[in-house]
Design a protein around this ligand. Sequence first.
Ligand SMILES: Cc1cc2nc3c(=O)[nH]c(=O)nc-3n(C[C@H](O)[C@H](O)[C@H](O)COP(=O)(O)OP(=O)(O)OC[C@H]3O[C@@H](n4cnc5c(N)ncnc54)[C@H](O)[C@@H]3O)c2cc1C
Length: 458
Amino acid sequence: MKPKRVNSSAVFSLRTRTVFGGIFFFLALLLIAGAWTIPFVFESPSILYKFGIDKVFLRTGKVFGVTTATLVFFQILLVSRLKVLDRIFSINRIYTFHRINGITIAILALVHPILILAAENFTLFPFQVRYWPEFLGVGVLVFIVVLVTTANWRLIFGFAYDKWLRFHRLGTLLAIVLMLVHILFVSETFKSGLPRVLVYLAAGINFLLILRLWYRRFFPGNPGKRTFVVSKVEPVGRDAFAVDVRPDDGEVFSYIPGQFAFITPKSTDLPGEEHPFTISSPPSRSDALQFVIRSQGDWTSKINRLKGGEPVFIDGPYGLFSHMVTPGNGPIIMIAGGIGITPMLSMLRYMSDLDDQRRILLIWSNRTREYIVFPEEFENFKRDLQHLKIIHVFTRNPRDGGEKGRLNKTKLERLLERYSRKSEVFICGPFEMMKEINRAIKKIGFSSSRVYKEEFKL
Ligand SMILES: Cc1cc2nc3c(=O)[nH]c(=O)nc-3n(C[C@H](O)[C@H](O)[C@H](O)COP(=O)(O)OP(=O)(O)OC[C@H]3O[C@@H](n4cnc5c(N)ncnc54)[C@H](O)[C@@H]3O)c2cc1C
């Protein structure tokens, strides 16, 4: 079969991404600024009875309150897997925004009642029924702090990822509903008129986005999630399995090399959880997809139980970690750690299929030689891609040949001595390794605008 070339319109150029990204941030700031005007334009009677510094405290407290609510609105938008946002920022970066936004929300939500109480000389509200919206607000605050704390320091609480995720989703929904009730009843400002309409509108959009996410999760095979069938599961390296799937109907969706997808198997022996994996097959072969999965936890350690003929629902593609999003045909340096090779594998397979003869250096660090996946295929790449050089690094067994020990600045400086500082650099691997390499690579003269990182963590 003739290799299929990916249509370049599948990728937004850097310029388009910068322009759209700028517009998105501008609109977000505009929305926040608009929310800030509400306590000024639609004054509640409580403000009219305050003077001097108390008035400033009360109004600032309200501004903190509306900002918190606006940022909560963005939180749902950010995890809605909207394709347009993925194409502009990449979903990995969007999850980072989600995390930072969550921490900001918790801080603002904590300061909001402190400022309101400061306007009352820190006299606590009496425990009376008429103050129920204020007490509900305290409940929402506790909820937010718990959600943000467990999201960022999950392991301290001994939460397994899948249990935490269920708790986080349900807790967020409950917090939003309670916050909505708090806003609608706590202040005269939101009792009627435009502010109430805006609250309904924001809540409506959020609930539609949540419904969309539920629909995609609970009704597999819907237009967002396509049905595939497992054709083969085979070991390809130590603790690593290649899972080949073919579309149940029609062709594979279009994607670019290096992108990933969320897969949900419907298997008798593997829990039907959704997990993200790089599509290691190249888009030039449109009849099937492949994922290379290393056993790392309770779910991936059961991946070999998946059987041929079982359905797999796939939501994707996502991400921008690809040589196709970089401008031009310049030299490429790929630095992979362990199973972090999968996006590089897809890129190399694609370049090999299309006879893309640019200069490529692959530095691949593994514990020992037996961790290398598809060793023969990588040898064949050296034949097909004439300007490809592969340097193996082994951290555990010095008898395995190649470079020994962990990659650090000294080693990289030597290995990259003859490579242009204008090369595009792709790094994917364990977090600590990526941090060290990212720092080292910049110190030895590569510009951060040409360094692309993919962390296997959302
Ligand atoms: C963009 C991306 C691409 C990836 N590509 C590959 C690949 O090609 N090959 C490969 O072997 N691994 C890949 N991973 C990692 C893979 O998703 C995790 O190893 C796997 O989900 C771990 O699940 P577990 O239950 O076995 O392990 P656990 O011990 O439960 O989880 C280990 C870590 O994996 C992450 N994780 C676990 N479950 C999920 C989930 N449902 N959704 C999101 N993250 C989760 C969490 O950060 C968690 O701390 C990729 C991850 C990402 C984000």
